[in-house]
Write a protein that binds this ligand. Structure first.
Ligand code: Y43
Ligand code: MG
Length: 195
């Protein structure tokens, strides 16, 4: 088995990585299981934050590491909350408060277009000079009320027209086949398997 530390403490992401990587012969290990504390995410781009998280986990575990930095970017808000999605409503990060703030910011706004973005960074070791980087994007719209119980984060507000459902109403397998994270991971795995 190819052990990979997943440099995340987000239970929703960890579930998705497990579902996507395990059938491909990888053994994803959440960084928390190896006592890796949360990394700082001080940067203004997703890719820099993902690289920081991946190097941090690889340094502390001595294992290859995969990090995800992701967020939701709303057109009418000039791309916000973007890299600040996790802490949009301040500390401590909380999905319910973030969703409430997003609805408040968009009150009366007819333009509901948004996209999820995900960048994945894989490092073979902490100082890897050639990280493998892959991205994914998923277009949708922000509803005016939450719908559905699945997924995590902003999923109950994120409407996918092609499915006539919010992401929180999609099954996990369908989400993984369409999502920003699923797309990025498919691209990343191709690169890993070619390496
Ligand atoms: O598929 C998704 N469905 C719903 N919401 C999502 C998704 N993907 C990212 N998001 C939101 C959640 C969080 O508010 C932010 C990620 O922030 P981000 O810093 O990358 O993750 P995090 O702090 O939750 O965990 P960690 O840094 O340990 O991986 O974007
Ligand atoms: Mg984070």
């Amino acid at each position: 088995m190819n052990k990979i530390v997943i440099a995340s403490n987000n239970a929703g992401k960890l579930r998705e990585f497990h579902a996507l990587l395990s059938p491909l012969g990888y053994e994803p290990i959440p960084q928390g299981a190896l006592n890796v504390p949360e990394a700082e995410e001080p940067h203004c781009t997703f890719v820099e934050n993902a690289l920081a998280k991946a190097r941090h986990a690889a340094r502390l575990t001595g294992l290859p590491a995969l990090a995800d930095d992701s967020g939701i970017c709303v057109d009418a808000l000039g791309g916000a909350p973007g890299v600040h999605s996790a802490r949009y409503a301040g500390e401590p990060k909380a999905d319910a408060r973030n969703n409430a703030k997003l609805l408040a910011e968009l009150a009366g706004q007819p333009n509901r277009r948004a996209h999820y973005y995900c960048v994945l960074v894989f490092v073979r070791h902490a100082d890897d000079p050639q990280p493998i980087i892959a991205e994914g994007e998923w277009q949708g719209e922000i509803l005016t009320t939450a719908q559905g119980e699945g997924g995590f984060g902003y999923d109950p507000l994120f409407w996918v027209a092609a499915e006539q459902a919010t992401v929180a109403e999609l099954g996990a397998d369908i989400k993984n086949s369409l999502s920003h994270r699923g797309q990025a991971l498919q691209a990343l795995v191709k690169r890993l398997q070619a390496a």
